[in-house]
Write a protein that binds this ligand. Structure first.
Ligand code: PLP
Length: 357
């Protein structure tokens, strides 16, 4: 099966095979990682290696903490204002899709949210021109969603936030290309696209931004306390953490993020070039803002959607149904998707037009 699901998403086959080989006996320990105490030296070595490898792969500066948390990106929608307001009352949100809209709505329960820019009036088909953003210089932070998973809209460079810390929900494009971490105050991501299985959430945060939370913030939600306890205030998601570590090592073996980015650019170009050259398929997103991870597209005749999906499934292509809020199709082509997999999809799309278009 070639799996185009938006998440949880396909993992590199090599990683799955390694998990299988080590499932019952990790490294001669006689135990599965699932059975190990998180306080024992075996799991500690797994946890530390994962953090080290992520630091290396993303070139994370020493003054940033790396946290392995739970609750998904959704929990971070609340944890970010709980931790980053630092005496301020408001934060700026740039809304370029449903996920950013949700993040802003949740944050509004805890602080004043200023929607500094939104492309909702354009049905989230691009990023508003940065010159039109109404940024507040007193905001505690500026929140963006660098890749909107549902609408297929991606920032390809970091915006200038005039010295206000930039916070990014990178759930669906983390590790897809090199990023300059020093341009961000905080990056968070649920694991289940480019990192590993769901259950672990990565937070990368500049250390001077943490330590002052909203009153009554529970310890488990306080970045500083989590950092001071090596993300082990309580039992961490050990197995997901371990698999994430294998994915970081896989990225290193591929040659790092520059190689991964080139592969992702190639895969996306293959699909967009075909869609743009074929009237039967449409992607509505402004070309410069198109996502390299999630490619939504519609068929000229939506009545054929069911048939398209059925035929795709029969051809071994799964997970192509678009999100219910936008309809049509969506091909998610995260790091583990191969160029051959995307080519198989394009071949199927061509054949569908030939026989049904
Ligand atoms: N943010 C983005 C950009 C996402 O794509 C998703 C899930 O697909 C979420 C947040 C929600 O993540 P979680 O299910 O880990 O809470």
């Amino acid at each position: 099966i070639v799996n185009f699901s938006a998440g949880p998403a396909t993992l590199p086959l090599e990683v799955l095979q390694q998990v299988q080989a080590e499932l019952l006996d990790w490294n001669g320990s006689g135990m599965s990682v699932m059975e190990m105490s998180h306080r024992d030296k075996e799991f500690m070595s797994i946890a530390q290696a994962a953090e080290q490898d992520l630091r290396e792969v993303m070139n994370i500066p020493a003054n940033y903490k790396v946290l392995f948390m739970q609750g998904g990106a959704t929990a971070q929608f609340s944890l970010v204002p709980m931790n980053l307001l630092r005496g301020k009352t408001g934060a700026d949100y740039i809304v370029t899709g449903d996920w950013g809209k949700k993040a802003a709505k949740v944050a509004a329960q805890l602080c004043t949210v200023n929607i500094a820019a939104s492309s909702e009036a354009d049905k989230f088909t691009g990023i508003p021109e940065p010159s039109s953003w109404k940024l507040d210089p007193n905001a505690a932070y500026v929140h963006i969603t660098p890749n909107e998973t549902i609408h297929g809209v991606e920032f390809h460079t970091e915006p200038d936030t005039l010295g206000v810390p930039l916070v990014a929900d990178m759930s669906s494009n983390i590790l897809s290309r090199p990023v300059d971490v020093s341009k961000y105050g905080l990056i968070y991501a649920g694991a289940q696209k480019n990192i590993g299985p769901s259950g672990v959430t990565i937070v990368i945060v500049r250390e001077d931004l943490i330590g002052e939370t909203l009153p009554k913030t529970p310890a488990l939600f306080d970045y500083k306390q989590v950092a001071d306890n090596d993300s082990m205030l309580n039992t961490p998601p050990c197995f997901a953490w371990y698999v994430a570590g294998l994915v970081f090592k896989w990225i290193k073996r591929q040659g790092g993020l520059a190689v991964i980015a080139e592969r992702n650019r190639h895969k996306a170009a293959l699909l967009y070039d075909y869609i743009d050259g074929e009237d039967f398929y449409t992607n509505p997103v402004r070309k410069v803002d198109r996502s390299r991870m999630n490619v939504p597209f519609t068929l000229a005749n939506p009545e054929l959607d069911g048939e398209f999906l059925k035929g795709a499934k029969a051809a071994g292509l799964s997970g192509l149904k678009g999100h219910r809020s936008v309809g049509g199709m969506r091909a998610s082509i995260y790091n583990a998707m191969t160029i051959e997999g995307v080519q198989q999809l394009v071949d199927y799309m061509k054949e569908f037009v030939r026989t049904r278009g």
